[in-house]
Design a protein around this ligand. Sequence first.
Ligand SMILES: Nc1nc2c(ncn2[C@@H]2O[C@H](COP(=O)(O)OP(=O)(O)OP(=O)(O)O)[C@@H](O)[C@H]2O)c(=O)[nH]1
Length: 411
Amino acid sequence: MTKKKQTKQAEVNIGMVGHVDHGKTSLTKALTGVWTDRHSEELRRGISIRLGYADCEIRKCPQCGTYTTKPRCPNCLAETKFLRRVSFVDSPGHETLMATMLSGASLMDGAILVIAANEPCPQPQTKEHLMALEILGIDKIIIVQNKIDLVDEKQAEENYEQIKEFVKGTIAENAPIIPISAHHEANIDVLLKAIQDFIPTPERDPNATPRMYVARSFDINKPGTEIKDLKGGVLGGAIVQGVFKVGDEIEIRPGIKVTEENKTFWKPLTTKIVSLAAGNTTLRKAHPGGLIGVGTTLDPYLTKSDALTGSVVGLPGTLPPIREKITIRANLLDRVVGTKEELKIEPLRTGEVLMLNIGTATTAGVITSARGDVADIKLKLPICADVGDRVAISRRVGSRWRLIGYGTIEG
Ligand SMILES: Nc1nc2c(ncn2[C@@H]2O[C@H](COP(=O)(O)OP(=O)(O)OP(=O)(O)O)[C@@H](O)[C@H]2O)c(=O)[nH]1
């Protein structure tokens, strides 16, 4: 058997999704050793607000076949063999943070749907997150039945049946269901094997025109961002195709709003990559997989406080146009999920305001003309997107934005 080269950069992004408090951050910690809820506000409120990222190695014991993240087998102490480095995107489960969850979902190659075994299934955001996976076409899914330590065998079985019933007819119908305890790190080896079996690394073309979606931007390298040795304006994001190298000239769209000769318009930013990092590792070049820190020559003023979140990065002249208006063909769901009573979804109306997620961008938009499934929308913040790109559509229902379907950009 050929030995696989140990890599410093992850190959695949796996989303942790599910209802608030069902154990996404705890499971990320059990797998990677990293507690991704780092921001003080998150610690205070006890929920994940921003996307958290953490990597681990998946390894296998050549003697007893145990899957582990450790260099030595926990069963027989043999040296384990490196299989793959994977990255977890920990998304928030709170209903008010659906836009953040959707931004994260645009970066996921597969997902782990975390369901607490000690609550009836489905809970509102269990449904809403599964719907988001369905809308974004993420079909490599593993379901974990977490907190198994809090229930007896009968309750675990009942919960299992509820999960089976809930996923029937959905994108997760054939997903494996693995009972675990993130707290006690029980059955993590079975989950690691399932990740190997069910969430393969997508085929990537290293020669594709490189493109990155920006998930975070910072003015300095703050503790907890895990991006070391980066100076100047820093971008954190996921490369969706191709390879970026230190020294590359890059363009960032939509860029910044400028007024010149009495005209206001959005101007792309151009800069140079001065450093690249994956976690604590400095890289010369970076491919898709994990959160990549990109040090630039941009004035940190432009990148501070996530100002460039939602932007798209590419080589100059290769990015899609900046759109302040879009026309979409919508595919709406029948009913609103994630609410107590599942209200019927009415057609789009001229004049209504929607929340749209495209890649990592979130923007509001007013429908200037609705004609059946087709709607012209004027955007509050412009987006950089191609014809054919998918847009997640949310509508205000009561006091919250609710996912109601998706649209495809027609122009
Ligand atoms: N008993 C037990 N408790 C758990 C387990 N996993 C998580 N918890 C507890 O459940 C609570 C929520 O866990 P988190 O990991 O923060 O949940 P989350 O899904 O990341 O929450 P949000 O990010 O806010 O959506 C915490 O008090 C954890 O200690 C488990 O396997 N067993």
